[in-house]
Design a protein around this ligand. Structure first.
Ligand code: PLP
Length: 452
């Protein structure tokens, strides 16, 4: 393993010693390079959850000792998340299922008549909930620089200056890993009277995030991308719109009093605060796991983690730049800093075929496809007018033909240098020598053909 980068050790994660079979029959240590989809659990998170598990009990509804303990831990987890995000005093933390859930919750909670602004480059979780909730949405064209993004938002908000408005933006792209100028965009949005929600699904696992400094009104992220894969997420931020909205779900916990009226109907008084949008028994293990991850990342130190990750990003970029068949996808022209997420295409290869070969022949797990950000990937590939092929069979690679999907490699705090080195060596070998195996389409996926 290369030690040339002189980095701190990766954080301990589950699965780092898992061996997987190659198509040849050999076994190798799995190189998990798909953190952007779901990151492995931090060992610390797993240990904290295991230590709590015997004490698990109901939340907000039991008189027994373990119910009270679990309720305390659930509420303490909320405070830990608030600290981790550097929230303002009056901000709320609502536990959800994940980022998608958080943004759908917010979409249902904004005042009637709110107009939403979003760049078409967003992940579908940030792009689709608004229209789905019946709101009017203005989709802004893909900007090619930070300055262009800020100017486009300014122009759009100036042109539509009345009524409640909400701007939704990602902190780091799940496709290119590029950082977005969140503080500058928020400054413009606020100057024009709009509110801002930050999709931090790909930002929070890689960077210290201060809601206070960025000044965004809400933030959403997922536990399973933050090394806490226990089914919880977060929506945090301003209380006013959330308290004025109908509860996300109707049920116990969200209701303060429920009484039968003389006319036979049921009258409900809803809670305010986070409970209003957390009906039903909450996922206390999920919330506790997120809090454990927040503590572990804070204690490890984001400065150290970022330095380490950036060194791996630079190594990856430099290594790929030496392979002429590889084109890295960048929205902002290759100049914007990125987190440990990078997508690329390989000349002469269908991306599904390439990703399948990385798995079957090298034990490397990446992702291929359009990454739930179809408009963005099609813009980057210049393939807006063409329907994507099914992820699967190696498509004939015609000279000059553009790929219809891409390959994404992503990593984080648990990634050893060896994984990046092995990945680069595998890309070099595949592009020079080709795959050693035959591949076929199985149920829409490209897989090594092991039939005799
Ligand atoms: N936003 C971004 C930028 C993402 O990358 C993702 C998931 O990949 C989501 C939102 C949705 O997250 P989840 O699937 O955890 O709801």
């Amino acid at each position: 393993m290369s030690t040339s980068l002189d980095l701190c050790a990766p954080l301990a994660v589950l699965g780092s010693d898992v061996q997987v079979p190659l198509v040849s029959g050999e076994k190798v240590g799995y190189a998990a390079l798909d953190y952007a989809a779901s990151a492995p659990a931090l060992q610390r998170v797993w240990d904290d959850v295991a230590a709590y598990a015997p004490y698990y009990g109901s939340v907000h509804r039991g008189a027994g000792y373990l119910s009270q303990l679990s309720t305390d831990l659930f509420e303490q987890s909320r405070r830990t998340v608030a600290e981790f995000l550097d929230l303002r005093e009056d901000d709320q933390v609502v536990f959800t299922r994940a980022t998608t859930d958080s943004l759908n919750l917010l979409a249902g909670a904004v005042p009637a008549g709110t107009r939403v602004f979003a760049f078409e480059t967003e992940h579908h979780a940030s792009l689709l909930p608004w229209q789905h909730a019946g709101l009017e949405v203005m989709y802004l064209r893909a900007p090619r620089s930070h300055a262009e993004a800020v100017a486009a938002l300014d122009a759009a908000l100036t042109a539509h200056s009345s009524g409640p408005r909400l701007f939704c933006v990602t902190g780091a792209s799940n496709v290119t890993g590029e950082l977005w100028p969140v503080a500058e965009l928020t400054e413009v949005a606020h100057r024009r009277g709009a509110r801002v929600v930050l999709d931090a699904a790909q930002l929070a696992p890689h960077h210290r995030v201060s809601v206070r400094e960025l000044d965004v009104d809400w933030i959403a992220f997922s536990g399973h991308k933050l090394y806490a894969p226990f089914g919880a997420g977060v929506l945090a931020g301003r209380a006013d719109w959330l308290d004025a909205a109908e509860p996300y779900l109707a049920g116990g916990g969200a209701s303060r009093t429920v009484a039968r009226e003389p006319n036979g109907s049921i009258a409900v008084e809803w809670q305010s605060g986070p409970a209003r949008h957390e009906a039903g028994s909450p996922n206390v293990i999920g919330a506790y796991a997120i809090a454990a991850a927040c503590r572990a990342l804070t204690e490890a130190g984001f400065d150290q983690l970022e330095r380490r990750e950036q060194a791996l990003v630079e190594r990856l970029e430099a290594g790929l730049a030496e392979i002429p068949e590889v084109t890295v996808l960048n929205l902002f022209g290759g100049y914007a800093p990125r987190v440990g997420v990078l997508s690329f295409v390989v000349r002469g290869w269908n991306s599904s075929h390439f990703a399948a070969a990385l798995s079957a022949e090298y034990g490397i797990g990446v992702r291929d496809g359009l990454f739930c950000a179809h408009p963005l990937v099609r813009t980057l590939l210049g393939s807006q007018d063409r329907q994507p092929t099914q992820c699967g069979a190696p498509e004939p690679s015609l000279p000059g033909e553009r790929s219809l999907n891409a390959i994404r490699v992503s990593f984080g705090a648990g990634t050893p240098e060896e994984h990046v080195e092995r990945f680069l060596a595998a890309v070099r070998e595949l592009t020079t020598s080709g795959a050693r195996w035959n591949y076929r389409n199985e149920g829409g996926r490209c897989v090594a053909d092991t039939r005799r």
